[in-house]
Write a protein that binds this ligand. Structure first.
Ligand SMILES: [Zn+2]
Length: 418
């Protein structure tokens, strides 16, 4: 049975070069006495924009693991796939993130029957005890039917995708995640409990579930929202996942998957505390800012590196609307805050890097510019071999930046620091 370890963290990057530098961060973490599995992920969306195929992620992962001498567990995640595109991922992947967000809210005729199966006897509400001194979940028949009305169609779609993969790969030969994170509305802990009941009824052996949490999870910038509220919600979700795994006979290692969009430093301590309190694991799907580390290191290097960084910005600026479209739910770019490419053309490497780097204490930091470059990797893809040659020439400073970013800013905060 392919089992996801307790702690796992995303890796991989737009241009498939930084795997060994990322694995160095996992090695440093291991030296601190903490082991996490590395999960390469690249979505259908990313493949489309960079012009790559799922097989390339498998090749990249295997090659990086060989090059780094990584002995720990690693996986290749077909990230945010659906029934329409899953087939292309089946051979290369052993982890599948079934994205059914588009089906949330679609009515399902079986919702009343689901509610009847899960409602308390004699019209009494159901009560589910939660660990950690949290108040129990209470839901009456109407609450359950409402949850089914919102999520049953989506979970059934996940079931269809799961069975398609299972038919090709065989039971137990892959990890399965159900994701509903790219929606507007957060799911409450009570809803999560019944979503997991639906997942179990569909026969999906989910090892991770990615709900939409309260607050904004914009790409490459920090969490926007009420951190204390997130902390309470996350604790409840962790307790709900444990209770649901037991009640519905889901895999015992079922855990939450946080599609962080990267750099959610404000909530990492809350995640670390909740995992500690409940002895729970977590999967954090990030690594996305590796591409930004590349651009930042190129800019800081000056010369042709800086020229390329400015070109990438100018190109992304020109195509801002088009680039932003597929990411509408997960970015908040303020167009008025974007400097004109003419202005950026006059910047030094340091000025460029300061605007790009996620350091709120730096007055030069510009979150709109950072988000635009985050989604602007098509500009580098268009440069083709020229961009690849730059990555080769500046491999050392870029690799150092990638390792440092992942280890010091992400992993330490998420897994170690008190
Ligand atoms: Zn996601």
């Amino acid at each position: 049975m392919t089992t996801l370890p307790k702690f796992s963290f995303g890796v991989g990057d737009r241009f498939a070069r930084q795997g060994p530098a990322q694995l160095r961060a996992f090695e440093l973490l291991k030296k601190d006495g903490f082991e996490a599995a590395a999960v390469w992920n690249k979505s259908f969306r990313e493949h489309g924009i960079t012009g790559t195929k799922p097989e390339s992620v498998r090749e990249e992962a295997d090659a990086a693991v060989r090059a780094a001498g990584w002995k720990g567990p690693y996986f290749v995640d077909a990230d945010h796939i659906n029934l329409g595109n899953v087939d292309g991922f089946i051979a290369a992947s052993d982890f599948f993130t079934l994205d059914v967000a588009d089906f949330v809210g679609k009515p399902d005729p079986d919702a009343p029957a689901f509610a009847s199966r899960h409602a308390g006897p004699d019209g009494k509400p159901v009560e589910v005890a939660l660990a950690g001194g949290l108040p129990p979940i209470r839901a009456d028949r109407a609450d359950i039917e409402r949850a089914a009305g919102k999520f049953l169609a989506a979970v059934k779609e996940a079931g269809r995708i799961y069975r398609r993969i299972e038919k090709a790969k065989g039971v137990g030969n892959f990890i399965c995640e159900v994701s509903m994170d790219e929606t507007d509305q957060a799911q409450s802990p009570t809803e999560l409990y019944f979503i997991l009941a639906m997942v179990a009824e569909e026969g999906i052996p989910a090892q991770t579930i990615a709900p939409k949490f309260t607050g904004r999870f914009n790409k490459g910038v920090d969490y926007v929202g009420d951190v204390a509220g997130f902390s309470r919600e996350f604790e409840s979700d962790v307790a709900v996942a444990a209770a649901a795994a037991k009640a519905f006979n889901l895999p015992a290692n079922l855990k939450l998957s946080v599609h962080s969009g990267s750099d959610k430093f404000a909530i990492y301590p809350a995640i670390r505390r909740a995992c500690g309190k409940f002895g729970a694991g977590v999967h954090v799907k990030t690594a996305g800012t590796t591409w930004l580390e590349e651009v930042g290191a190129l800019a800081a290097a000056g010369g042709d590196g800086l020229t390329a960084a400015k070109e990438i910005y100018a190109e992304a600026y020109t195509h801002c609307d088009e680039l932003a479209k597929p990411y509408a739910a997960v970015i908040d770019i303020v167009p008025a805050k974007l400097p004109k490419p003419d202005e950026v053309a006059g910047w030094s490497g340091e000025e460029f890097a300061a605007a790009l780097r996620h350091d709120p204490a730096n007055p030069g930091y510009n979150p709109s510019l950072r988000q635009l470059i985050h989604i602007g990797y098509k500009a580098a893809a268009k440069m083709g071999p020229r961009y690849q040659a730059l990555l080769e020439r500046y491999a050392e400073p870029i690799g150092a930046a990638v390792t440092d970013n992942l280890y010091r800013r992400h992993m330490r905060l998420l897994f170690l620091e008190a």
